[in-house]
Each structure stands twice: as C-alpha cells, then as structure tokens.
Design a binder for this molecule. Structure first.
Ligand code: SF4
Length: 399
C-alpha cells in the first residue's frame, strides 16, 4: 500500500473543451478557521493540506462584506432563483453571535430579491438556547455532526483534552428538537467500519432528524481511508451502507431522508443528483476561506497541499472568474471529466466516479476511479435491484 504523498502537485488532465460551466448555487463560508474539538478524522486539520494554520481565525467584517457583495453579484448575473449558503468552519459558532448575525444580514441584503437559504454546519458543542433563538430569528437551519451513539461518536469526536463530546451534543439536540424542531436540517455522520451500522442508524434516528447524511471518510489512492485497501475486492463500506439501506428502505412510512440513497435512487429513475459524489451533474459549490480567498471543494484538503486553491480573492475577483479556471471546469466536467475506466463502467451515470477527492493518486492526479470504486459499484447495484423489484411490482399491480 503506498504511503502518504504530501506536497506533490500532479498535472490536471485538461477538461473537455466542450465542457461548459454552471453557476455556483451553494456558497460555503468559513466563518471561523479553528475548532473547539479535535476530531481525529477531520479532513480540515488532519490531512494533506495544512494551510488552515495560516488562515485568520475569524472572517473579518470587510471580508464578510466583500463576500456578500460577490454572492449577490453572482445571483443577479446568473438570475438564480435561490442561493444556498452554508455557515461553516472549523466551528462556525466560534465566530460568535454578532458576526453570525452580520454575515446573514449582509448576504441577504446583497442577494435581494434572490432568496437565500441559510444553513449552519456545527458540532453543536456550543449550541445553547441563545444561539438557537438567534438562528430562529435569522431563519438559519441547523445541521449537526453526530457519528452515532456515545461509543461511536466519542471514538473520534473528542476535545483537545481527550474528552468525548457526545453528552454535550445530545443536550444540544434535545434543546433543538424540543424547542426549535423547525430549524433542524439534519445529522451528518462519518461512517466508521468499527461501528455497527444498524446501531448507528437507529441511534441517529432517535433524534428524529428530517435528513441524514452518511459521509465516507476522506481518503485517496495515495492515502487510503481506514479499512479500504486499494484493491477491487467487494467493499466493506458497501456492506455497511447496504445494511442501513435495507433497514431504511424497507421501513414503511420512514420520514427521514438519507440523501446519499435518495440521490442514487433519483439518478437510477432517470433524474439528476444535487449531491456531490453521486451522478454526473456539475458541482456547483464554492468555498470562501476566512481570509477571503475563493477555493474549490474543501474536502480536497485530503489530496495534496493547496489543491483547492484558485488564486482568487473576493475583494478582487467575481465568482465568475472562478468559473473560468481549468481546475473548476475540471470539477464541473461531469462524465467527460471521468477517467477511461469510469467512462467504460456500466454504473458511471449513477456513480459519477464518486467524490472527486476520492479519485486522487499522487502519480496520476484525479484521472482514476474512486478509491471507493468497489464499494460504490456494489452499493449502487444493491439499490438498483431493490428499486427494480419495486418498479416491476408497481407495473404488475402487486403491492
Ligand atoms: S463504480 Fe468505479 S469504475 Fe464505476 S464509475 Fe464508480 S468509481 Fe468509476
């Protein structure tokens, strides 16, 4: 198994000249570059790109104003009917109530009359009554990172002192779900093969989230994720996710969406996916760091240093300038941007080669199938068979 390859920047394969770009629709704002937890699986702090160390801790008011102006400019230029903004970090609540409120107000004002859907992605450790009232007043939906029950969650999500965060997150979730359920956007869980899939799923479901996101731990061919040797044996992550899928899919009246499965089903039925890492739709997400630099998908931090860099800054450049860059065009190239093996794969329309970050290998850049190829192929086949059975039953008029 190859070891980590830090610092090497491979040449990117040029995207197809025919590839056109689509406007950004989701803006991820790094309001604070530090975190009050020290999770050992966090892609921001523990992987190849360590530039967070030189970022200002918090986004200044000047950078906030420039960012808001650029979002408004982009929304108006492209006549978007809505934009999505994710207040992100690090841990965004570390930015404090005043800055959070200023960010929301500045962006809404700059984008008007285009509506802005705001979400905060938080570890919930600081999510107290005051923050909940603030988000209620501002109309900001809340997505919380939770890896399962206490044992599952505290295996990784611990503070710098080693103390688990599950108790604090559970308290915050209780406050959220009892007092402000309308703000609850969902839970985000990083898969750990060491946790039982059904126990994990049920412990997440106990909080009655409207949606669940299961994330595969970030890794590459050069620095593979845990338990994922870079070979083509049937994947252990597929097995884990298939167990969750079976329980979710076969539970009548299930109201919690699992976005990964929903989007796969959507593409299988002939639609398009809005989730990066499923299908071949262009990725329409852009990131603004605390210093105002414009970057691509921040999970690229798992590949090599500065891989997400565009060289652009909100003070001097529009988001359209980013759309013109070869690296962004490559990210938006869809099926044309896949390697030959993926283009020849019978599941590539649904899989889309997985998340771009997971295709990286130091020697060949992103011109590879996903490091999760075997898992994705198997999972998609499993979901396909379940959907096919139901479609056939519907056609035959059987329940
Ligand atoms: S299953 Fe593998 S080969 Fe097929 S599209 Fe996905 S990553 Fe590529």
């Amino acid at each position: 198994m190859p070891g980590p390859d830090h610092g090497h920047q491979p040449a990117l394969r040029a995207p197809s000249p025919a590839t056109s770009t689509v406007a950004f629709r989701q803006f991820v704002l790094k309001l604070h570059s530090r975190c009050d937890l020290a999770c050992d699986h966090c892609y921001v702090y523990t992987m190849a790109d360590q530039r967070w160390r030189s970022q200002p801790r918090a986004m200044s008011q000047r950078v906030l104003d420039w960012t808001a102006h650029r979002i408004g400019e982009h929304a108006h230029t492209h006549r978007l009917n809505r934009v999505d903004v994710v207040l992100h970090g690090g841990e965004p609540l570390l930015a404090g109530a005043t800055r959070l409120e200023a960010a929301v107000a500045a962006i809404r004002q700059a984008a008007a009359p285009v509506p802005v859907r705001m979400t905060v992605q938080t570890n919930a450790v600081r999510l107290d009554e005051a923050f909940l009232r603030l988000f209620d007043r501002l109309g900001v939906r809340i997505s919380v990172s939770l890896d399962g029950d206490r044992a599952a969650h505290d295996r990784h999500r611990r503070g710098p002192d080693g103390r688990g965060s599950h108790t604090r997150v559970e308290t915050a979730l209780r406050r959220l779900t009892t007092g402000f359920p309308h703000l609850f956007h969902g839970l985000l869980c990083t898969v750990d093969l060491g946790n039982d899939p059904i126990t994990t799923y049920r412990s997440l479901l106990a909080h009655q989230p409207p949606a669940l996101d299961f994330l595969l731990p970030h890794g590459t061919w050069s620095n593979p994720p845990p338990g994922r040797p870079p070979d083509s044996r049937p994947g252990p992550y597929a097995q884990w996710l298939m167990a969750v899928f079976d329980e979710w899919y076969h539970t009548p009246g299930q109201r919690t969406r699992i976005r990964f499965f929903d989007e796969i089903i959507q593409v299988l039925l002939g639609g398009t996916s809005r989730l990066a890492g499923v299908g071949t739709s262009p990725v329409a997400v852009v990131v603004v760091q605390t210093d105002g630099t414009i970057e691509m998908d921040d999970t690229l931090a798992a590949t090599y240093p500065a891989s997400a860099r565009t060289g652009l800054h909100v003070a001097r450049h529009s988001f359209d300038a980013a759309l013109g860059l070869p690296t962004v065009r490559a990210q938006q190239a869809g099926a044309a941007g896949l390697c030959a093996a993926c283009r020849a794969c019978d599941r590539h329309r649904v899989c889309g080669g997985g998340l771009r970050t997971h295709r990286y290998r130091a020697s060949t850049g992103f011109d590879n199938p996903s490091v999760y190829c075997a898992d994705l192929y198997r999972l998609i086949g499993h979901i396909h068979r379940a959907v096919q059975r139901d479609v056939a039953a519907l056609r035959a008029g059987t329940p």
